[in-house]
Write a new protein. Sequence first.
Length: 343
Amino acid sequence: MILLISLVIGFSVIALFPTFSDAQSEPKTFVTHSGAVVQTSGEIIDPLYAVSTVDFDPMEYLRNFNYGQVSELPDGTVVREFTIIAEDDKIMEVSPGVFYNVWTFNGTVPGPTIRATEGDLLRINFINNGSKEHTMHFHGIHPAEMDGVFEPVGGNGGRFLYEFEAGPVGVHPYHCHVMPLEEHIVHGLYGVFIVDPKEERQPADEMIMVLNGLDTDFDTENNFYAANTIPFYYQHHPIQINTNELIRVYVVNMVEFDPINNFHLHGNLYKYYPTGTDLVPSFYTDMITLSQTERGIMEFEYNYPGKYLFHAHKVEFSEKGWVGIFLVSENSKKNTQELVRGT
Ligand SMILES: [Cu+2]
């Protein structure tokens, strides 16, 4: 009888915990109390938190511009509304086997590229679902109370409505501005804000490159560098472009800790518009140097097909991931100048 009861209890326990063996074999990612990110298939005792990993596709990010929900005021002003959600508990595998606690705007690093035309009214519904205070601080022109510095937004659902006119024309960063600032930026709370001129720029194959660094061991030095977060990504997945087609790159340097970064293009030179505020290029070069949050617009066309590198000429950065390839194909179309002239 006792044996029978034991068997019944035994089977009940197995029935109650059918996934026990699955849980043991499925790796989990979590953050320890010391801040280290660990993946294990073993039992996690008292984790700080356990989360799933974030997937980020740099190729999708590259040409993804968000224009918001568009409406119009009675006076004809275009209104663009965005909802941006901050979180700080996500883990991303930034390089094979390297897990990093990313803090995200709308689930990615960088956050979504926000794009508007000069004079549009921007409404950014900011929701902080993180555990810490966060804000959105836009570079550009706006009232003091919209600056995202002295109005920290509390975690666990805190909200703030940023409302301001888009300007000036150019490419600007946005980022969290809560102290310690360095920590909030290096974990990934930043993105790109493009303000187009009312008279549109020439048609082009447009792309965004955020230059970033990853301090995966929390020693205030970067272990990896990248264009768009994943080290070596565009070297393994070259960016496909065409000969005789205008390429426009919005480049923003968000690397912390190292005072400078730079951008070298192979087999070509580019016209460079610092901050993108002027419609006439300031330089024709194959090398620009960028300090923290320095940014600009690069424009170029390739005449010859083939593979061309682009990378930091600070070789340490390129050897730690900030390197990519443009794969240039022969363009059957007329070149951009002919298309513009309509000949
Ligand atoms: Cu923050």
